[in-house]
Design a protein around this ligand. Structure first.
Ligand SMILES: Nc1ncnc2c1ncn2[C@@H]1O[C@H](COP(=O)(O)OP(=O)(O)OP(=O)(O)O)[C@@H](O)[C@H]1O
Ligand SMILES: [Mg+2]
Length: 385
């Protein structure tokens, strides 16, 4: 279970939140190791982890718009944390404000009090998330699997983060133009410019995803072996648009451009972009067979946990720093022995881990574990285990 110990770990020392979801005003002092957040259903456990993820990823991984995270009846929200890093400690903050005219919520970021583009916060303290929805990762559609890759990429590689944003934007514009061409309300002339942009950011994303998957393979394999699965995990990147395994940037660009040229008429008829990284997939294999159809319930859980641990290992190797790990309600299904082994492994590796659970986690927790209890949007530090 033990990821390689990086030079140091990144951890949140003090979190302050204001008018975020069901929290009015809250300050939490997390410990550097395992932190367990308990409480009954609908009290704010997930919201607390969401606040941390929102700060470190600059947007909520589960909200569709920024407006969702602002407490009902409020026009402003804030998440701020003192982050301890081997390089230098920093205070990161994200503030949400509702424009009273348009009703839209915008976000602004600061590092040590100075305004910064939100993207500058990405990767300052890397984070790995594991939500209950992730348990569907093996069987559900490809969105979640693409997102897994992109969340890692955007924290490790500023260029990839910019390409992902650019691609999403160009894709939307290109699709809208294709619909207008289909309706006869726009000329096809500007399509070429959008296609060029789509191909250039799209190919860079595919080359980066391909390299990431290659890097995750050995980590995932080792992690699954350590979790106790006797099976071999396989990861197989399936880029859309014609890229072949081993292709560099130029070949990827050419393949994608050729596919789009070939599907031009069909794209106009359907009013949608029909090739590119928004249609990629990551195939998961167990002993060489597609996990989607071959994996049992328990195997699926192990595969997802192995993928998450692979993310931790890869980030540690790449960034030279252990990420913060957020586990939302996903440990109650492990038996106490396995849970203890996992948590001790994480604590020994120096990871700060924030865990929520609506059940009392029976069995022993590693020394130094801090326990918190959440009730109706208030956190109380309970005790050290
Ligand atoms: N923008 C918001 N403003 C105020 N309250 C909100 C907002 N969004 C969600 N909530 C409330 O926050 C409550 C707590 O949600 P949360 O998902 O954190 O619960 P939880 O403690 O994780 O529960 P469970 O154990 O069921 O997962 C929800 O029941 C919801 O009513
Ligand atoms: Mg929850």
């Amino acid at each position: 279970m033990l990821p390689p110990v990086a030079e140091g770990a990144c951890s949140l020392e003090r979190l302050r939140i204001y008018a975020f979801r069901n929290y009015a005003e809250q300050s939490v002092e997390f410990g550097p190791g395992i932190n367990v957040v308990g409480g009954r259903n609908a009290q704010g456990k997930t919201n607390l982890l969401e606040a941390v993820a929102t700060l470190l990823l600059t947007r909520s991984p589960r909200a569709s718009t920024s407006a969702d995270v602002v407490a009902w009846g409020s026009d402003e929200a804030l998440v701020e944390a003192r982050v301890v890093r081997p390089a230098a400690d920093r205070t990161l903050a994200i503030r949400f404000r509702r424009d009273l005219g348009s009703g839209r919520v915008t976000r602004t970021a600061t590092v040590d009090g100075s305004p910064r583009p939100a993207r500058d916060l990405l990767g300052l303290c890397p984070v790995v998330l594991f939500w209950p929805e992730d348990l569907q990762l093996v069987k559900a559609g490809p969105d979640g699997r693409r997102r897994l890759l992109d969340v890692v990429l955007s924290q490790l590689d500023a260029r990839a983060a910019a390409d992902l944003l650019r691609y999403r934007h160009v894709l939307e514009q290109r699709n809208s133009l294709l619909r207008q061409i289909r309706a006869g309300s726009a000329s096809p002339a500007p399509l070429q410019g959008f296609t060029r942009e789509l191909v250039s950011s799209g190919s860079r994303i595919q080359v980066a995803r391909a390299a990431l998957v290659e890097a995750l393979i050995p980590h995932g394999r080792e992690a699954l072996a350590q979790i106790g699965g006797g099976e071999e995990l396989g990861l197989h990147y399936l880029p859309d648009g014609g890229m072949e395994r081993g292709d560099g940037l130029e070949a990827t660009e050419q393949a994608l451009a050729a596919t789009l040229r070939r599907r031009h008429e069909e794209e106009i008829a359907r009013g949608a972009t029909l090739a590119g990284p928004h249609r990629d997939d990551l195939e998961l294999l167990i002993d060489g067979r597609p996990a989607r159809s071959a994996a049992s319930q328990g195997q699926q859980r192990s595969i997802v946990l192995a993928l998450k641990l692979a993310e931790v290992r890869h980030i540690a190797a790449r960034a030279g720093v252990m990420p913060v790990l957020l586990l939302d309600d996903v440990l109650s299904e492990l038996d106490p022995g396995r849970r203890h082994d996992l948590l001790s492994g994480l604590a020994a590796a120096g990871l700060q881990t924030l865990i929520t659970s609506s059940e009392l986690l029976p069995g022993s927790l590693p020394p130094g574990t801090r326990r918190f209890e959440v009730a109706a949007g208030r956190v109380v530090a309970e005790a050290r285990a």
